[in-house]
Ligand binder design. Structure first.
Ligand SMILES: Cc1ncc(COP(=O)(O)O)c(C=O)c1O
Length: 458
């Protein structure tokens, strides 16, 4: 009897070898692939809709379709020219860790089921606590991204400070906060009307006077979020000032560091984000600034017991949960029970290299954004609207229409991909440098494309 779902040793090797035969050239060609290749991709995707297949087809054909047809029809989000949105990463070491994690498929949701593996993942979370400057007694959990990390933090805060009676409590964020915050607040049960969007100053940072004025008007101020790097312009709120206000009004202080918090590994980042360690909770996205593949987020809390109190839940059919503070069952501190062993993909590359090469990468991005901004300043007609606070700069070119046209012409070269935003009715072009594959050569090419596009419009 053979079981097709259980390949033998030779077949396992063949499967991986065949995949590797395509993965390696794909990764090696990332720099020469266009920065976007989505013309007609939606129509193409429609042609792929099909009923449940009852018979299989050849592995080679499936891989060829994937690598020749499906993968190329996309934004080159892992390539060096991706300066759009907040770039992700995709270090290959993490991909190998994922293969191992999925192949061994141990269960890490409950500590007792795989104690050493759960501990490895818990170590990753400890390192993140260390990075934001948290003391002993802090803790946290890896999520699939920043959105669920925000959600986890808001639930922990709600359960800690409000109990079951929370409908009149108010949350505060800046008008520049990432929209996943309002979404998470809403999912956590707070009506939209309970979320106050505080105006920002000329550096896109939450206005502290306006925050305090808003708090004074509300009956039950509960939660304030500071941004450690907004998505639009990379603005870092005055975290120390927000911490002071949170203490004064006995509110939960949360920091959205999904994009910015890993810059705490650099001196410039630590200067920009003073006060982050005062937060009750911080979110960080390893799939942004730790160059991990998509699906890797994190939330850390200053007091680990807040997560346990919020998410712990008993079932007779589960093994005993850990009682010692040091040992964590991830299902006791998060909304999830069964989940992937996502810690391995962060742990393996850090164990392999230490954190230093990651710090070098982040410092390189900080240098590159300074270079871009200085060069943009020299181009006639370009106005820097958001000076970089981390690794994002935003600019415009004369009018909204001309800025829009400029963006199209830059992107049409397909060496870099930039994305826009709108602030106060002004159409802006953003440059966000985060990808591990973006280095000086690509930035110089991008600047060349920008200069040429400007010239063509002059
Ligand atoms: C500042 C910020 N916060 C939160 C998020 C949401 O994170 P995710 O997309 O990982 O859910 C993002 C996403 O880009 C972000 O830039």
């Amino acid at each position: 009897m053979t079981y097709p779902l259980e390949p033998d040793a030779n077949e396992m090797r063949r499967l991986v070898d065949e995949a590797m035969r395509r993965i390696v050239p794909h990764i090696e060609s990332l720099p020469s692939q266009p920065s976007t290749n989505t013309d007609g991709a939606i129509e193409y995707a429609r042609t792929l809709i099909e009923p449940l297949p009852h018979r299989g087809e050849s592995y080679e054909k499936i891989l060829d379709d994937l690598f020749n047809e499906y993968v190329p029809r996309s934004f080159n989000a892992a390539g060096p020219g991706y300066l759009a949105y907040i770039p992700g990463g995709g270090i290959f070491y993490a991909a190998v860790a994922d293969l191992i994690a999925d192949a061994v498929n141990r269960y890490v949701g409950v500590f007792a089921a795989a104690p050493a593996l759960a501990q490895i993942e818990a170590n990753v979370v400890r390192w993140f606590c260390e990075i934001v400057g948290y003391p002993r007694g802090s803790g946290g959990v890896l999520t699939t991204g920043g959105s669920l990390a925000n959600f986890t933090a808001i639930i922990a805060a709600r359960k800690t400070l409000l109990g079951d009676d929370f409908m009149n409590a108010t949350l505060y964020c800046s008008s520049e906060v990432h929209h996943s915050f309002q979404k998470a607040a809403n999912l956590a049960g707070f009506p939209h009307a309970n979320v106050r969007e505080i105006p920002v100053d000329e550096k896109f940072r939450m206005r502290i006077d306006e925050l305090e004025a808003a708090i004074a008007r509300d009956a039950r101020p509960f939660f304030v979020v500071g941004s450690a790097g907004t998505t639009n312009t990379g603005a870092v709120d005055d975290l120390e000032a927000i911490a002071r206000i949170a203490t004064k009004y006995k509110m939960w202080f949360h920091v959205d560091g999904a994009y910015g918090a890993f810059f705490m590994l650099t001196e410039r980042g630590r200067n920009a984000m003073r006060g982050i360690e005062l937060a009750d909770s911080v979110i960080l996205d390893p799939h942004k600034t730790l160059f991990q593949p998509y699906g890797t987020g994190a939330v850390v809390v200053r007091d680990a017991t807040t997560l346990r109190r919020a998410f712990s839940s008993h079932a007779d059919y589960l093994p005993d949960m850990q009682q010692e503070e040091e040992l964590v069952d991830f299902c006791e501190i998060s909304p999830e029970l069964s989940r992937d062993f996502r810690g391995l993909r962060v742990w393996l590359p850090i164990k392999l290299f230490g954190i230093e090469p990651f710090i070098e990468q982040l410092d390189e991005k900080l240098d590159l954004i300074e270079l871009v901004t200085e060069e943009l300043r020299k181009i006639e007609g370009i106005e820097i609207v958001a000076e970089p606070q981390l690794t994002i700069t935003a600019f415009r070119f004369r009018s909204n229409e001309e800025t829009r046209e400029l963006l199209e012409r830059i992107n049409a070269k397909k060496r870099v991909m930039l994305t826009p935003t709108v602030y106060n009715g002004q159409f802006l072009i953003r440059v966000c440098i985060v990808s591990l594959r973006t280095h000086r050569d690509r930035i110089e090419e991008g600047l060349e494309d920008i200069r040429e596009a400007v010239k063509s419009l002059s």
